[in-house]
Structure formats: structure tokens, C-alpha cells
Design a binder for this molecule. Structure first.
Ligand code: AMP
Length: 195
């Protein structure tokens, strides 16, 4: 079983839900840079880099790569040191991050321990799902407004995902699951990748 599971997917693809299901199934650590950033919101002791990152997150834009590494590397190391695998949820969102994390795993001697999974969904479907989430008020988040939603899909939609997928395909690490299925069916499809 691979120790590092990297989930890719545009906003609304169900990454977070599937990450939690995998964590439950394999006893891995759930690492979400979005959750880590939201956890910093409202704290008074942040340095400038982290405060800026929280503000950027609230605008629906991508935070600086260095912040993603600062939050991500520590969390991953802690989990691996404790003998646990990791499910990385939204931790890789551009090509530079994909490359840097791959180097990080090589440095840890874990480059063969990586499985990347894309939960595929088109931008229109993502927009409709997230709009429904806003309308229902269910599971809503500080960055869940229609305007910010458009921005998130613009900068984090399928176009942005292409170079990342090309990178992982080149390294033969990518598996794709159809994100239009029910949550249970997506979960089952992900488990089959590891059989
Ligand atoms: P999420 O909860 O995964 O949708 O992330 C919420 C927000 O956090 C995103 O819209 C980005 O502003 C920021 N964020 C999370 N992960 C990353 C990342 N790997 N690179 C850049 N920004 C990120």
C-alpha cells in the first residue's frame, strides 16, 4: 500500500469527502492545506507571510507556494514520523508544487510510495454543485460566495489542472476516477486502484 495518496480535483469535485473516507479506511492522516489555512484565520500571532496567505485564501486565489510548503512539509513529516501514511487534499495545485513535492518525496526516499488520484469533474458541474452548497447553507465556508466561487473555478478549474496531470502522467503516477458518480461509487473506485 502506498504511503502517500495525492488527491487532485477542481473545487467541488468531492476531494475533501473522499479524503476523509480514505483516512477512515486506511487510518492515514488527512492533510488539507485549505483546512490548515482556515485554521489560521482570526489568529492574532501570525507573521506577515501567513496573514497574507489567509487574506489570499479568502479571495479564492492561490496562496504563495512557499506558504503551501511551509504548512505542508511539516504536516507530512509529522505524520510519516508517527508511522502513518498521508492523504493530501488540495495540497498540490500548480505545476511548481507538483514538482517540489515530488522532490520532497524523493528526498524522503518515498518517490515510489506515491499514488496520485484525480477525481474528474467538469467546470460547469463544479459550479452548479458549489452554488447549490451556497444556496443550502450546508457545509458553507468563508470563501463560499458566488463571486469567489467564479474566481476559484477560474484559477483552480480544469485548465489549471492540465499541466499538473501531464506531470504526473509523465511519471506514471496518475489514476483518474469519474467524479460524477455517487460518493460511495467514487470511494469504491478509489479503493480498486490499490488492489
Ligand atoms: P480548499 O479547502 O482545499 O478548497 O482550499 C481553500 C483555499 O485555500 C483555496 O481556494 C486557496 O486559496 C487556498 N489553498 C489551499 N491549498 C492550496 C495550495 N496547495 N496552493 C495554493 N493555495 C491553496
Amino acid at each position: 500500500m502506498k504511503k502517500i495518496i495525492i488527491l487532485l480535483g477542481i473545487p467541488g469535485s468531492g476531494k475533501g469527502t473522499q479524503a476523509m473516507r480514505l483516512v477512515e479506511h486506511y487510518g492515514y492522516e488527512h492533510i488539507s492545506t485549505g483546512d490548515l489555512l482556515r485554521g489560521l484565520q482570526g489568529r492574532k500571532d501570525l507573521d506577515q507571510e501567513l496573514q497574507e496567505a489567509v487574506d489570499t485564501m479568502l479571495e479564492g486565489k492561490l496562496v504563495k507556494d512557499d506558504v503551501v510548503y511551509r504548512l505542508g512539509f511539516d504536516a507530512i513529516r509529522d505524520a510519516l514520523d508517527a508511522g502513518r501514511g498521508v492523504v493530501l487534499d488540495g495540497v498540490v495545485r500548480n505545476l511548481a508544487q507538483a514538482e517540489r513535492y515530488q522532490t520532497f518525496f524523493e528526498e524522503l526516499g518515498l518517490s515510489d510510495d506515491v499514488q496520485v488520484i484525480e477525481i474528474a469533474l467538469d467546470d460547469k458541474e463544479s459550479f452548479d454543485r458549489l452554488k447549490a452548497r451556497i444556496a443550502s447553507g450546508y457545509q458553507s465556508r468563508p470563501d463560499d460566495t458566488e463571486e469567489i466561487l467564479r474566481e476559484r473555478i477560474k484559477v483552480q478549474g480544469n485548465e489549471a489542472l492540465e499541466p499538473i496531470k501531464a506531470f504526473y502522467n509523465k511519471h506514471d503516477l496518475l489514476a483518474v476516477v469519474d467524479g460524477r458518480q455517487s460518493m460511495d461509487a467514487v470511494h469504491e473506485a478509489i479503493l480498486r486502484i490499490f488492489l
